[in-house]
Every structure is written in structure tokens, then in C-alpha cells.
Design a protein. Structure first.
Lengths: 111, 111
């Protein structure tokens, strides 16, 4: 089946820890995106990538980092510098200028 | 500046009645517009898009949307709402290589 796979579905982070969220796609899409969703705030863009080995900051990149070493993979690291990381994280991919297809999300909670 | 505005937080409609979810946009050039639906704790599902051509766009699950360039609007419509249409709906617009989302509208279909 073609699609986007995010893992894990639920993730718990202790204060001061870095955690990495996985996103893999087999749609052969060039573009990939990470969004953060908080209640009542819609989706906010964290990072996006149009091509392997290149990525750009979105609107709320502080405290986050990404890599794009393979076309299929776009992992997101939530660093200890992100002071309020509890949220629902969504990964998406698209052809350039096309509609985005989303994974099922990772819910991150700080404990 | 906000690229996409969804002015209503919640839309309540009786089952069988027409459903409209409003969206206005602000981008330079020709807009690429999208509608998505999200069910609880899930990713976003693509419903329809406007790139060019007819102003009335038909999509999945009986939804359609009307593009109005003079009013910079892209309202989502369904002639007869179902209880299963209760969900969170997002309008989105392409800004070059980014995809910007509105804050979302909660739709509640009352049996």
C-alpha cells in the first residue's frame, strides 16, 4: 500500500530529553512537511523539504530539527530547547505544487 | 499576514440540510486551494482542490467547493449533510513551496 507512515503513534518525553519522530513515505513524492497541531490553532508549519539534502524552516522551527538524507524519510527531532512540545505532530508529502497526503500523526506528551 | 481565514469556529447543521463551510484566502497570483477533513486523533484526508478551470470543484464523499476570485473565497459545500460528516475541516492554500492552513472549522451534524 502506498502512503505515509508516522511512528510512534504516542510518545512521551521527559523534561530535557530530545526525541525523534519518524516519517516515511513510499509515494515517490519530492516534497515533505512537518506540522504541529494544537487545539484551536490549526496546523502550523515547522519545517519543509523540496528535495533530498535540502530543507527550510517554517513558521515555528525553533526547538526543532530535521534531516532529509533519503527521499522517503523526513525525521523530526524535538529538542530540549522546545519549551512546550506537547502537541499532535503531522507529517505530509506531496508532488511539487500538488495536494499533500498526511500520515496518521504522533501525539507527543511531556511527562 | 494570514493567508487563509475560516471565520467560524463551529458550524451546526441538521442532518439532511445543506452544509457550507466558509474560507477566504489572501495570496498573490493564481491560488492553489485545497480542503481537508480530520476525524479525532487522525491525520488529514484530502477532499478536493482548485488549481484552474471550472469554479465549481467536485470532490470526495459528495463535497464540492466554489471558487470565487472576486470575493477571494473557496467555500466548501454539501447538499445534504450526514451525521458522519461531523469532523474538523481545514482550508489550505499554496504559497510557493509551502502549504498554509486555516485554523479549522468544527462541523456538527445534528441527527
Amino acid at each position: 500500500d502506498g502512503g505515509i507512515t508516522q511512528s510512534p503513534k504516542y510518545l512521551f518525553r521527559k523534561e530535557g530529553q530530545n526525541v525523534t519522530l519518524s516519517c516515511e513515505q513510499n509515494l515517490n513524492h519530492d516534497a515533505m512537511y512537518w506540522y504541529r497541531q494544537d487545539p484551536g490553532q490549526g496546523l502550523r508549519l515547522i519545517y519543509y523539504s523540496q528535495i533530498v539534502n535540502d530543507f527550510q524552516k517554517g513558521d515555528i522551527a525553533e526547538g526543532y530539527s530535521v534531516s532529509r538524507e533519503k527521499k522517503e524519510s523526513f525525521p523530526l527531532t524535538v529538542t530540549s530547547a522546545q519549551k512546550n512540545p506537547t502537541a499532535f505532530y503531522l507529517c505530509a508529502s506531496s508532488i511539487l505544487y500538488g495536494e499533500a497526503f498526511f500520515g496518521q500523526g504522533t501525539r507527543l506528551t511531556v511527562v | 499576514a494570514q493567508s487563509v481565514a475560516q471565520p467560524e469556529d463551529q458550524v451546526n447543521v441538521a442532518e439532511g440540510n445543506p452544509l457550507t463551510v466558509k474560507c477566504t484566502y489572501s495570496v498573490s497570483g493564481n491560488p492553489y486551494l485545497f480542503w481537508y477533513v480530520q476525524y479525532p486523533n487522525r491525520g488529514l484526508q484530502f477532499l478536493l482542490k482548485y488549481i484552474t478551470g471550472d469554479n465549481l470543484v467536485k470532490g470526495s464523499y459528495g463535497f464540492e467547493a466554489e471558487f470565487n476570485k472576486s470575493q477571494t473565497s473557496f467555500h466548501l459545500k454539501k447538499p445534504s449533510a450526514l451525521v458522519s460528516d461531523s469532523a474538523l475541516y481545514f482550508c489550505a492554500v499554496r504559497q510557493a513551496h509551502r502549504l498554509a492552513f486555516g485554523k479549522g472549522n468544527q462541523v456538527v451534524v445534528i441527527p
